[in-house]
Design a protein around this ligand. Structure first.
Ligand code: HEC
Length: 125
C-alpha cells in the first residue's frame, strides 16, 4: 500500500514536470506574428494584392493620376523592376519619386516581397 502511494507521487511528479510549464511559454501562448513569407511570391497574387491596396488607384485600370504609368501591364512593371526604379521608389532611397505617392511607405514585409520577386527575375507568374 505504501509503495503504491509512493509510485503515485512519482507519477504525479513526472506528469507535473513534463506538462506543468507548457502554458508558461509565452511564445506558445502568444505566438508572434507569422514571419514574412517571401517564398514563391507571385505577381498575380501577392504583389497584385499589395498593389490593389496601394498603387492601382493611380497606376491601374483607367486611373489617370499615375502619370500614365500602368502597373497592371506586365511589360511596364517588368521594366521598372529590372531597372531598379521600382525598388528605389518603394524603399524611398531618394533617387526616384517615393511610392506610394502621398501615402505611408509599404511595410517591410510587402517591400521584401517585391524584392524577392525581382531577385527571381521578375517573372510573369
Ligand atoms: C496617388 C497616386 C499614386 C499612387 C497611390 C502611387 N503612385 Fe506611383 N506615381 C504616381 C505619379 C504621379 C508618378 C509620376 C512621378 C511623380 O509625379 O512623382 C508615379 C511614378 C511611379 C513610378 C515611376 C518613377 C519614375 O521616376 O520613373 C513607379 C515605378 C511607381 N510610381 C510605382 C508605384 C507603386 C509600386 C505604387 C504602390 C506601392 C505607386 N506607384 C503608388 C502616382 C501614384
Amino acid at each position: 500500500m505504501k509503495m503504491k502511494g509512493f509510485a503515485f507521487l512519482i507519477c504525479c511528479f513526472f506528469i507535473a514536470a513534463f506538462t506543468g510549464c507548457y502554458y508558461d511559454k509565452a511564445n506558445l501562448v502568444y505566438p508572434k506574428a507569422p514571419a514574412c513569407d517571401t517564398t514563391n511570391v507571385r505577381l498575380s497574387v501577392e504583389l497584385n494584392n499589395i498593389m490593389k491596396a496601394n498603387c492601382f488607384s493611380c497606376h491601374g485600370g483607367t486611373a489617370d493620376q499615375g502619370a500614365g504609368i500602368q502597373l497592371e501591364d506586365y511589360a511596364t512593371i517588368q521594366d521598372f523592376a529590372n531597372t531598379g526604379i521600382l525598388m528605389s521608389a518603394l524603399i524611398q532611397d531618394g533617387s526616384i519619386s517615393p511610392m506610394p505617392k502621398g501615402a505611408a511607405k509599404l511595410s517591410d514585409c510587402d517591400i521584401n516581397k517585391f524584392d524577392a520577386w525581382i531577385k527571381r527575375g521578375a517573372p510573369q507568374n
